[in-house]
Design a protein around this ligand. Structure first.
Ligand SMILES: [Zn+2]
Length: 398
């Protein structure tokens, strides 16, 4: 038990030399060292070692004086449990341990690449190097051979797992730790800020984005977790200032799609490049699915309405039962009423000056117009492109 008798873990002036002696002795001692893991003392190496070009914060050094493996890099852990404790370091000072977990090292020996999985590695951010504990290797049935300035580490099956060479008074292993950030670097390209997803999704609010993310509705949508979900978007502020807020209404939904549809016309007050001035929306009360039609004049509304119903019937075998429209002149025509009656569709009108009765369609139009305005403001696009922005907003809402 010579090795054990020299287990002097505290680095002192002459402790430096003692440690190497200890490594050599530990190799000869094959018995487990009966140390209390929780109360072990760990050596955090002094800075002089870092002066060697071969040794840096990524280096893994073999150490006989620590009874646990140590890593100073959080990103090398593949499994990690946070911890709050401290260990004794240089000069008996307390050094915080932030966690414990598993690190994978890649080693090249005899022309072969070997992955070494090390469990129970303590995360010590202040450690100047990463340390592989000889006593821990010993406990797990492994072995270290040291001769002629080289160290050979073997696992319990006597397989050579790593080699290292003496650098001053330590043994530097020819290994590298896999860093998680290297894998994540590929994915962080797609991890965008809330702000950027907000713009991509046509200025949809945070709650909508969070819902999209939580329900996994969009493949590849990754949000940078360090980024606050608060969105400060000047385009949205500008867009909201451009009209009065529309009152929210209850979230009551019809039971079946087609039980109740809403329709409403919106005057865009800007003539588009193709001479369009209005759009009408059709909103399914059950699913809140939207369709829009673009118009040059209000009297096109009736034809667009009929075409939309015909399209639903023919393409989807979907037969809406009830339409609710506001009291606007475009829908109150004998022609439309007769046509709806012939198809068995109930056409309801809201009472005069009570737009909330058709709030679903009205609010949807407000939302679409607001999103479209935000897109136009943020991209500094000409306002005559409003039909493209509205169509895109409707597509994104769906
Ligand atoms: Zn915005």
């Amino acid at each position: 038990m010579e090795g054990k008798s020299t287990t002097d873990a505290v680095t002192t002036q002459n402790g430096k030399r003692r440690k190497v002696e200890h490594v050599q002795q530990a190799c000869d001692v094959q018995e487990d060292e009966d140390e209390d893991m929780e109360d072990s003392t760990y050596v955090i190496h002094d800075k002089t070692l870092s002066d060697y070009a071969d040794i840096n914060v990524d280096s893994w050094l073999v150490d006989s004086a620590t009874s646990s493996h140590l890593s100073n890099q959080r990103e090398t852990f593949t499994e990690f449990t946070p911890l709050k404790r401290s260990i004794r370091g240089v000069g008996n000072t307390d050094v915080p341990v932030k966690g414990r977990g598993t690190v994978k090292l890649t080693s090249r020996t005899n022309g072969q690449t070997i992955t070494i999985v090390i469990h129970d590695v303590l995360y010590v951010p202040q450690a100047l190097n990463n340390l592989l504990s000889i006593s821990h290797l010993d406990e797990s049935g492994g072995r270290a051979d040291i001769r002629n300035g080289c160290i050979h580490l073997y696992d319990k099956n006597k397989l050579l797992i790593a080699v290292g060479q003496k650098v001053e008074r330590m043994y530097l292993l020819h290994v590298t730790a896999k860093k998680h950030t290297e894998h994540m670097a590929i994915s962080t390209e797609t991890a965008n800020t809330w702000q950027s997803w907000h713009r991509r999704f046509g200025h949809v609010g945070v709650s909508g984005l969070q819902c999209t993310l939580n329900k996994n509705l969009v493949t590849g949508m990754m949000v940078d977790e360090n980024n606050s979900p608060k969105i400060e978007c000047t385009a949205c502020i500008q867009a909201k200032q451009a009209h009065n807020p529309f009152p929210r209404q209850s979230k009551h939904h019809a039971e079946k799609p087609g039980d109740l549809m809403h329709t409403d016309l919106w005057d865009c007050r800007t003539t588009s490049i193709r001479g369009l001035k209005y759009f009408i929306s059709f909103v399914n009360n059950c699913s809140r699915c939207i369709a829009i039609e673009l118009l040059k004049t209000k009297d096109q509304a009736i034809d667009k309405f009929k075409n939309y119903v015909a399209y639903l019937e023919r393409q989807y075998e979907f037969f809406p039962k009830r339409f609710r429209a506001d009291n606007g002149g475009e829908y109150i025509t004998g022609d439309l009423q007769r046509w709806c009656a012939s198809k068995g569709i109930k056409l309801e009108y809201t009472a005069p000056y009570s737009p909330a009765q058709n709030g679903v369609a009205e609010r949807m139009n407000h939302t679409l117009a607001e999103l479209a305005r935000a897109m136009i403001f943020s991209t500094k696009s000409p306002t005559f492109l409003w039909p493209e922005a509205i169509a895109h907003a409707a597509y994104l809402r769906n």
